[in-house]
Design a protein around this ligand. Structure first.
Ligand SMILES: *Cc1c(COP(=O)(O)O)cnc(C)c1O
Length: 335
């Protein structure tokens, strides 16, 4: 199978599994898993924050971040297509009693400053208390411009809001821009990072922020069932990915660009965007289902959820890109 549905489908390598198996472990709920502790210390250092905390998933890391920033009756400003708002089961509202205030994205995935400003509520008991601005980088594969991030987070601070970044794919932004992880995290009070996407671990995300925020987050993590025991096994995979897989994301970006170029010359398909490891394309409505079925017959999986999306990742090589283009070409040739 050539699986382009998401970069979450990446499998751990033999070397990563070896690192997991040989990691010294303890009981992290008691705070004595040495591998988890070392990983969290290193990640805090590398992101320029005081502390970090390991989570089984990015959904939980984001949820706990929102709950650590906001109280019952608070609201957070977020994009309509943001993962925390759209793809996390409404957890902030359901479990945190936090009201989302979604706003429309600009074409580049950013939230226009004037819309953010207009969404902040006055201090009046009619309104939920606006407490937090949450951005996402990368979003739809696109890297948020650094200048924009600075302006948006400065604006949030002027209104007294905290700032959170869903950086599930922030390492893609690191590799695409050449900025350091620290530079990209600096404007935010907290950042959630995923290791199970393009970095290839079987699970694992982390939240970084001030010691005070992480202390609050640890309590919420326990409450939502994320207190893990020998979590060093997961931390070892994340550590391995940090050491060995970050630079490889450049191959994904190069291959995604090549896939986009190849798709663009096919009849019947319009490439809408390609950025970092993702390609979005428009296919005439009547072709979407038959094309997906045809691709599946040839062992190729794509995501049709909200646009035709092709995600390139470390388990996809150059020959796979050639094959996808050849199979797509053979489909459109029939018409
Ligand atoms: C994948 C992802 C997450 C977290 O997802 P999990 O599957 O829960 O780890 C959060 N935000 C974005 C943008 C993501 O792509």
């Amino acid at each position: 199978m050539i699986d382009l549905r998401s970069d979450t489908v990446t499998r751990p390598t033999a070397a990563m599994l070896e690192a997991m198996v040989s990691a010294p472990v303890g009981d992290d709920v008691w705070g004595d898993d040495p591998t988890a502790n070392a990983f969290q210390a290193r990640l805090a250092e590398q992101t320029g924050k005081e502390a970090s905390l390991l989570f089984p998933s990015g959904t939980q890391s984001n949820l706990v971040a929102l709950m650590a920033h906001c109280e019952r009756g608070d609201e957070y400003i977020v994009g309509q297509n943001a993962h925390t708002y759209r793809y996390e089961g409404g957890g902030a509202a359901v479990l945190g009693s936090i009201q989302p205030q979604p706003i429309e994205h600009a074409e580049d995935g950013s939230l226009p400053l004037e819309k953010i400003a207009a969404a902040v509520k006055a201090d009046d008991f009619h309104f939920a208390r606006t407490r937090l601005l949450a951005l996402e980088n990368t979003i739809g594969g696109k890297v948020l411009p650094a200048e924009y991030v600075k302006e948006a987070t400065d604006l949030a601070r002027q209104f007294g809001l905290a700032t959170h970044l869903d950086g599930a794919r922030l390492f893609n932004a690191v590799v695409a821009t050449g900025s350091s992880l620290k530079q990209l995290c600096q404007p935010f009070d907290s950042v959630s990072l995923c290791f199970s996407k393009g970095l290839g671990t079987p699970m694992g995300s982390a939240l970084v922020g001030s010691q005070e925020l992480i202390d609050r987050a640890r309590r919420w993590r326990k409450m939502v069932g994320g207190g893990m025991r020998q979590s060093g096994i997961i931390a070892a995979a994340c550590q391995y990915a940090l050491d060995h897989h970050v630079d490889d994301l450049a191959h994904d970006h190069r291959r995604a660009a090549r896939l986009a170029r190849g798709l663009a010359v096919l009849p019947g398909i319009e490439v809408l965007s390609q950025a970092t490891n993702m390609v979005f394309a428009r296919i005439p409505y009547e072709h979407v289902q038959p094309l997906a079925a045809w691709l599946k017959e040839q062992g190729i999986l794509i995501e049709l959820l909200y646009a035709t999306r092709f995600v390139v990742h470390r388990d996809i090589d150059d020959a796979d890109i050639d094959e996808v283009l050849a199979v797509m070409d053979s489909y459109f040739r029939q018409y």
